[in-house]
Ligand binder design. Structure first.
Ligand code: FBP
Length: 547
């Protein structure tokens, strides 16, 4: 494989680690934990893994000897920068506990465990992937591990390889399933531990003990660089409005962070749209108001940031999508048998409730067609395939033409979607260090015989040496939610907190950003250079931690 000069130089980067992980580790047990809600239900469902204590690692533990152990690792769900460093940290940590330990990678995501598709990860392989982006070392997948038959098959496959622990690197759903798996193996006394690691560029797996999910930092820095470049172009030509959709299936953390980094004219935050009970027309009018105000001052250019999942937060469309998800699951064959989209829309409209049929009929045809696209394996609409940026450009143009005809002719929109561009970037120093520490932490949890824990590394706005590593029982993050008509224990997804410091900062600044020259141009991620250029955490983290 031909490597770029940066790849070669970056391979030599030694991730910075918390002091506590550099030598023998002392494990400090904290308070017993409770789930964030529905304590009685969760305790009943997880009799072996509920209520375990928080664990904090400190430097200076007594030197111990550990038996060699075989461990399996799985990458689950969407790619996020730093996954390879979780694996290299895990590998180095296991080898330090005992050089005869082995690490196996299950291939193509959780399905690899069930189908027994794996490879041994040797030091030669690991060295090829240190500090690189992507999940290509073993691949990822979205198979859900939730059936007992899958757990049993996985156990049989672990036994064949003498695997005593599995590390699942995934988002909220994957870690929920990791916890169910940990409980199941504990109940069966199967001798297989399960440890989770918090991954997702979306940034929505976070709570008191998980300050951020890995990959969010790098992805936001990549998108912010691109937004900054567009803003400079925009400021130079002064003729386009750029509508930029940003990935993040549900929560708007990415849009908010990119806004804080680049100071665009308009930022839509889905959680605010929902709180205000906005309609699509209301949202269009609000975006158009800024465009009209700037046009009246002779500025026919600007930037609008759009979170990927915004349509699902518009109450009427949310209801429509929920009905469509249900309806398409039950009438899939009937709908797919129809020859064209006009016929499909007509059939679907008949099957919807009166309210939702009216909403469906009010939507531009191309958008209504996109809402009928195939669902993902969890039955959800694939929001990254919905061209919200184009929809908003068309609707805003029509609105301005109708309400301010003289200005309407001058409005020119350019659509963009930034998503996949950021998911496999070479991890920033922050993500490279954070991920390596997470993997290393997982190895310590395995050495200590823990199961049902997620690796946690905190105090992330302090210098790396002061980061606090440890373990959090996954049951602590759970509550009961309705999924497919049944109440299920799940890790609570963290949406943007409208009372939190990052959103408040946006609110404080957005009028100025809409009207005054405010664009910021963050430039590309820097891997070498002064710490204030290379090692900054996200603005979200800094504001949340009052830095
Ligand atoms: P995860 O939640 O699995 O980390 O995936 C996040 C994400 O990147 C979303 O932002 C996006 O909506 C989705 O994956 C896209 O999925 P796919 O890769 O299947 O197109």
């Amino acid at each position: 494989m031909t490597k770029s000069a940066l790849q070669i130089a970056r391979a030599a980067y030694a991730p910075k680690m918390p002091e506590s992980l550099k030598g023998s580790v002392k494990i400090v047990e904290g308070r017993k934990t409770e789930s964030i809600a529905d304590q009685a239900d969760i305790a009943k469902l997880f009799p072996n893994t509920y209520g375990m204590p928080l664990l904090t690692f400190e430097a200076g533990g007594a030197a111990k000897s550990f038996p060699a152990v075989n461990v399996g690792v799985i990458l689950s769900g969407g790619q996020a920068p730093g996954g390879h460093n979780v694996i290299s940290g895990l590998f180095d940590g296991l080898k330090r506990l005992n050089p005869n330990s082995k690490l196996y990678g299950f291939l193509g995501g959780p399905g690899g465990l069930v189908d027994n598709k794996y490879m041994e990860l040797t030091s030669d392989i690991i060295d090829e992937y240190r500090n690189t982006g992507g999940f290509d070392i073993i691949g990822s997948g979205r198979t859900k591990l939730e059936e007992t038959a899958q757990f049993d098959q996985g156990l049989e496959n672990c036994k064949k390889l003498d695997i005593k622990a599995i590390v699942i690197i995934g988002g909220d759903d994957s870690n929920t399933n990791a916890c169910v798996l940990a409980e199941y193996y504990a109940q069966k006394n199967a001798g297989v531990q399960v440890i989770g690691c918090p991954k997702t560029i979306d940034g929505d797996l976070k709570n008191e003990m998980i300050e951020t999910s890995f990959g969010f930092d790098t992805a936001c820095k990549v998108y912010s660089e691109l937004i900054g470049n567009i803003q400079r172009d925009c400021n130079s030509s002064k003729k386009y409005w750029h509508f930029i959709k940003l990935m993040g299936r549900s929560a708007s953390h990415i849009a908010l962070e990119c806004a804080l980094q680049t100071q665009p004219c308009v930022t839509i935050i889905s959680e605010e749209v929902e709180k205000k009970g906005m309609t699509l027309d209301g949202l269009v009018a609000e975006v158009a108001a800024t465009i009209i105000a700037r046009a009246k001052e002779g500025k026919f250019f600007g930037t609008v940031l759009i979170p990927e999942g915004v349509v699902e937060f518009i109450p009427a469309i949310k209801k429509l999508i929920a009905e469509l998800n249900d309806l398409l699951a039950h009438h899939e064959a009937e709908v797919n048998a129809l020859a064209n989209n006009d016929e499909k829309r007509a059939l679907v409209a008949k099957l919807l409730s009166a309210d939702s049929a009216a909403t469906f009929a009010s939507l531009p045809v191309a958008f209504a067609n996109q809402l009928m696209l195939d669902r993902d394996p969890h039955g959800n609409v694939q929001v990254s395939l919905i061209e919200t940026e184009k929809l908003l450009i068309d609707m805003v143009k029509a609105y301005i033409k109708k309400n301010e005809p003289a200005l309407g002719a001058k409005f020119q929109g350019q659509p963009h979607f930034f998503g996949y561009e950021g998911r496999c970037a070479a991890p920033s120093n922050f993500d490279a260090d954070y991920c390596y520490s997470l993997g290393y932490t997982a190895s310590v949890l395995i050495g200590e015989g823990k199961t049902g824990y997620m690796a946690s590394v905190r105090n992330l706005t302090a210098p790396t040496a002061q980061w606090i590593a440890g373990g959090v029982p996954v049951t602590m993050m759970m509550n009961m939610e309705k999924r497919h008509g049944h109440m299920k224990p799940v890790i609570q997804k963290a949406l943007v907190d409208l009372n939190g410091a990052p959103f408040k900062k946006l609110v404080e600044c957005r009028n100025e950003w809409a009207t005054q020259p405010s664009f910021v141009y963050p430039g590309p991620i820097q891997y070498f250079g002064p710490t204030e250029v290379c090692d900054q955490p996200t603005k979200t983290l800094a504001l949340e931690q009052k830095k």
